[in-house]
Write a protein that binds this ligand. Sequence first.
Ligand code: GLY
Length: 561
Amino acid sequence: MKKIIVSLILFSHTLSAQYTDINIIKEVKVRNKGVVVSAHPLASEAGAKVLKMGGNAYDAIISTQYALAVVYPQAGNIGGGGFLVGVKNNGEKFTIDYRETAPKKATHDMYVDKNGKANTDLSQNGRLAVGIPGSVAGFFATLKYCRLPMNQLIQPAIDLAEKGFAITEQEANLLNSHKDHFQKYNQSANVFVKNVPWQTGDILVQKELAETLKLIQKHGLKGFYEGKTAELLVSEMKKGNGIITLEDLKNYKVAERKALEFDYKGNNVVSMPLPSSGGILLAQMLKMAGYENLEKYQQNSTKTVQIMVEAERRAYADRAEYMGDPDFIQDKTSYLISDEYLKNRWKNFSFNKATPSSEVGKIIQQPKESDQTTHISVIDKDGNAAAVTTTLNGLYGSKVVVSGAGFFLNNEMDDFSVKPGVPNMFGAVGGEANSIQPNKRMLSSMTPTIVLKNGKPYMVVGTPGGTTIPTSVYQSIVDIVDFKLNANLSVNSPKFHHQWLPETVAVEKNFPETTIKDLEKLGYKVEKWNQIGRTEMILMDDSGNIHAVADGRGDDSVAVE
Ligand code: GLY
């Protein structure tokens, strides 16, 4: 009999395939075992396997990320970047910033034509959209917190790439709908394009990617940032308008930054500082909403949405004005999250009507619904916790596959403000703080977060979703801390999102109609979106029970040690 106690598996199904069974597990309650929650069951299992081998949460999160680069090519990556927030069982907190950087040849107006018009096609698609990938450097920087060597941690991904795995229905549909893009932005054939449409259960084998992973296994960091992989990446750049050089790759550096911490109703929230806007936004929104005693209300009621949206409006106006890479701008974090500043910011809040966005910041433009990026939450049996959010930016990033190396490159350059006031693919606007400069990191919204109670991890949470990331994490924390909901209700209840500009409040299509009607009467413009985010949440109670939930919106899955 298995030793683990899996007391609740609410939804699970199995896809059988030639080489791989895919068993999606949505919810697990367990004790004295580690758990991994990620966007793909095979990636979660890769992490859980490492836990079984004696690895800790940081070993598991490396293996899960490598595996996601194989089984979840839409967002898992070695050609993108991410952020890790860790809390060790001795209380030590740390973050690793492996965000992409702008190439040395990048310039302030590289996406602006001679008539002053911004060309966002260039910042979003093809070789010029690519920032210098940080993921592999991030995995190596994580190693110092690990127990196992990299050559073991990377092996599950090599096996998956070499032997192949059955693709899910969601992946098949996405690969089919992106076929034209893959052909447009790649000169050479690649494994992601077939003559006939992809079907659920088709086996995706990635021999070139397996070879690249083996180079990393053999040569370490140099297996990616120098030698054959780097040369292939640079020759891919030269096939078009790419500007990344061998020197850029060799010079890439991660940054280890002090975690952004703040108190929320007696809980210590530990999140990502700049160059992610996520931690600052989370602090601002929770603190402003806290001035209205949210615990008096219910999830998704009119008053709750009003309070939370108005806090979002004020925080996102600050994002556009003040946030960027702290190595290049004056870092105003401590002022922006201070009660002195936020109480003043909250002064014009009223339950009687929506506050016009023009009254809380300098106005400009438009959004788009999108759900890229991917999040992993892990806790091990010793109480070490890790939250990673990683991204190629758009689905399959720039759509460019490094020919001969088999991996997608990001289109992260679009997260810069390509021109003040011109919205990026998430509709976010920005100014000089987030302008392009060589070697600078583009502002992110990724919000990997760990909440501590009495100094111990209580909640590990995060989600993809571009600018909707901080607002979804904000809702998760309010659901658990204020409304005392369980993890499943929090993760799978309909979400909402506002980001100052546009004035619209986005709600998921199953959002309560009565709340929508009330909000409209108060002057809010409400728009229905298909989906917001894919949250992976782990909750730990005082007696050591772990409750892990993978979002029901995708193939997301929990795996237990
Ligand atoms: N590329 C999405 C983000 O970093 O926010």
